[in-house]
Structure formats: structure tokens, C-alpha cells
Design a protein around this ligand. Structure first.
Ligand code: GTP
Ligand code: MG
Length: 343
């Protein structure tokens, strides 16, 4: 399974020791392996038949720019320590690399790595590497697409006998910060919950949950405002969207409503099944969290009205209350996912 992606870029064309290093979702350089970058570059150049990233700055770049601005070399596989790495050189001035789990065969990813890099660099969505955000978005897009290929095409092929129904469902979970998305993901994955869990996400946290009805990959998104622009990237190819709100924090209803509609108003997501979770119901004073109680029903109506959920064009949506803390309706979330997806 793909674990990380990175990009090494020269700060100036002639100086290889002076690099900008980008990686996703985690850093590739740690205290223990701070020389890994040099090893990667050397490893790439020694294995390379054609383009050496370390040497030859192309002299004919201007003529190439008119056709394909980015020239991509064939990927090189290298094992450094216990890292299983696949690197591609772009224009002799950048290395893009994938890090896999030990048992993966990088060559399974050769075509998709080359094709997607080429497509992303040499199409209208072209990345000009002008600023950090642009580079990060490029890396995230590449990561997501390659990972999805691995999960769906490669893993699926291996696991057919293990999954009788063979259904792979990408669940995109989003909502503003602090509503309980990561708590829910942990609850579903491990059954655990922690009241003192204050670890706001900076990146997508992707967890796999195997159920009888199929394999779920849950994309738990970062909710803080600076990271919300990543939502659109993560949403691509989702089979179901889950929007989570914190029903006990009415002060942030307006913000949550506006973020919800910004995404839903994007045409392409109008028909994807949608599950809305009113989380932290334990904090509202409803007797026993009884789903049928009058006060429950009243709150449900108020929330639906406030958020304008009844104006959704998509008819395939449901609203349910949950409490990750007390586990209220958590099993219901899983059942509802499979129900909505199969409708
Ligand atoms: N009372 C109560 N607290 C909850 C519930 N679910 C989550 N919390 C708490 O809410 C806080 C935030 O939870 P997270 O899961 O980190 O929230 P998040 O939506 O992932 O936040 P970001 O990653 O920043 O987007 C934590 O302190 C949780 O313990 C719930 O059902 N009831
Ligand atoms: Mg989180």
C-alpha cells in the first residue's frame, strides 16, 4: 500500500545540495534518517539509464517548453534501509517519489505513476510550482489517485475471495473542526473513544474497515479552516459523503452551514448519497437519547430547518443523531452507509 509521496526540488538549477523538500501525508526526513534525501538522489541516478537528476541541466529546454513543458523519466525502484521507494525525475530538476510498504511491488504502479504525473503536469490543470500550496495540492492529488488505484485495483484483485460482495466504498467524512470526525473514525476502527482527544487533523486520515457487506475506506478530513480547501481534492470519486455537525455547539451552526453548502453546491457532488450526522447528542438534555422522544424530534426538525437540508436537490440523504462518546447510533452509521450506497 502506498504510504507517502514526496517531491525534491532544487532551489536553484545548479545546486543539488540546496533542496526544497515536500512530502505527504508525513515527512520523509526524520532525526534518525536525515541523510535519506541524498541516498534517494544517488540511488535514482545510479539506477537510471537515461535521465540523471544530479547532472545535465538540459540545454534544449526552451524548445521543449512549447510542446510538453515537463519531461518525465521512467521510474526507478530503490530500497533504502527498510524503505521501498519509486522515483521519477522531472526535467532533470525535480524528483517525485512514492514510498510503499515493504511487500509491495513498485512496478505494479509504474504505468499509473507515469501517466498521472504526465497528465497532471502536462494538461490544463498544469502545476507551475509557483508556491507551496500549489505543490502540496499537486502532491495530494497524485497521492490520492495512486492510492486509490492501489486500493481498488491491486488490493481488490488479491482480496476477492476475502470479500464475497467485493464492494469497495469510499466514504468521505467532513465537517468543521472539533465536531468528532476523528473520534468517530477511531470508534469505528478500534471501538475506542477518548474524551481528551485533542488532535486536530492537518491531513486526511484514511482508515480501512472490513465489514461483511464490503470494505470501507473512511477519509477523515481535517476540519480547521486553513485545510478546508483540501476537501474538494479528497471528495473525488467518493461513493458516499458524510457531513458531521456538533449539535451542542450552536454558536458554530452558521459557519458549519455555510461550509456545507459551499461543497454541496458544486455540481459534481449533487448525486452522491449523503449522510448527515448530528453528533454529540449526549450533550443535549434528551432523556435517554431516545430516538422517538418528542424533544428529539423537535431538535431534528430545528436542525434540518436551520441548515436548509430539506432544500437538498439530492433525494438520497439521511440525518441521524449520534454520540461517539456513548456509542449511540454508531452501528447505525455503518448500516446507513451500506443502505444509502446500495439505493
Ligand atoms: N461529548 C462528546 N464529545 C465528543 C463526541 N465526539 C467527539 N467528542 C470530543 O470532541 C473533541 C473533538 O473531536 P475530534 O474527533 O478530534 O474532532 P474532529 O472533527 O476530528 O476535528 P478536526 O480534526 O480538527 O477537524 C474531542 O475532545 C472529542 O473527545 C461526542 O459524541 N460527545
Ligand atoms: Mg480530526
Amino acid at each position: 500500500m502506498l504510504q507517502k509521496i514526496f517531491l525534491l526540488k532544487r532551489k536553484n538549477p545548479h545546486d543539488l545540495n540546496n533542496l526544497d523538500i515536500y512530502s505527504y501525508p508525513e515527512d520523509i526526513v526524520t532525526k534518525e534518517n536525515n541523510d535519506i534525501v541524498l541516498k534517494i538522489i544517488n540511488g535514482h541516478d545510479h539506477g537510471s539509464q537515461s535521465t540523471k537528476c544530479k547532472e545535465n541541466i538540459r540545454s534544449d529546454r526552451t524548445s521543449e517548453r512549447n510542446t510538453n513543458p515537463f519531461v518525465i523519466s521512467s521510474p526507478i525502484s530503490q530500497v533504502i534501509g527498510n524503505q521501498n521507494i519509486f522515483t521519477i525525475c522531472v526535467n532533470s530538476e525535480m524528483l517525485i517519489g512514492l514510498m510503499f510498504e515493504k511487500d509491495d511491488n513498485p512496478f505494479d504502479y509504474k504505468e499509473i505513476f507515469e501517466d498521472l504525473t504526465n497528465e497532471l503536469l502536462n494538461s490544463e490543470r498544469c502545476c507551475y510550482f509557483k508556491d507551496e500550496v500549489e505543490i502540496e495540492n499537486f502532491l495530494i492529488t497524485l497521492f490520492i489517485d495512486i492510492k486509490r488505484f492501489g486500493d481498488e485495483i491491486l488490493e481488490e484483485a488479491l482480496d476477492v475471495s476475502f470479500q464475497p460482495s467485493g464492494l469497495f466504498t469510499k466514504v468521505f467524512l467532513f465537517g468543521i473542526d472539533n465536531v468528532g470526525k476523528t473520534s468517530l473514525t477511531r470508534r469505528l476502527k478500534t471501538g475506542q473513544y477518548n474524551d481528551n482527544f485533542f488532535t486536530p487533523n492537518k491531513n486526511f486520515n484514511i482508515e480501512y474497515i472490513q465489514r461483511e457487506d464490503g470494505l470501507l475506506s473512511i477519509w477523515d478530513s481535517p476540519g480547521q479552516s486553513t485545510f478546508r480547501e483540501r476537501w474538494l481534492l479528497g471528495l473525488q470519486d467518493s461513493n458516499i459523503i458524510i457531513y458531521m455537525i456538533d449539535v451542542a455547539n450552536q454558536l458554530r451552526f452558521e459557519e458549519s452551514k455555510s461550509e456545507f453548502w459551499k461543497i454541496i453546491n458544486q455540481n459534481e457532488f449533487k448525486d452522491i448519497p449523503l449522510l448527515i450526522l448530528g453528533n454529540k447528542i449526549d450533550l443535549l438534555n434528551h432523556s435517554n437519547n431516545n430516538d422517538n422522544s418528542e424533544s428529539f424530534e423537535r431538535t431534528r426538525k430545528e436542525i434540518i430547518q436551520y441548515f436548509d437540508f430539506d432544500k437538498l436537490e439530492n433525494s438520497n440523504w439521511k440525518f441521524i443523531f449520534t454520540s461517539v462518546k456513548t456509542s449511540y447510533n454508531i452501528e447505525g452509521v455503518l448500516n446507513m452507509i451500506f443502505k444509502l450506497v446500495s439505493e
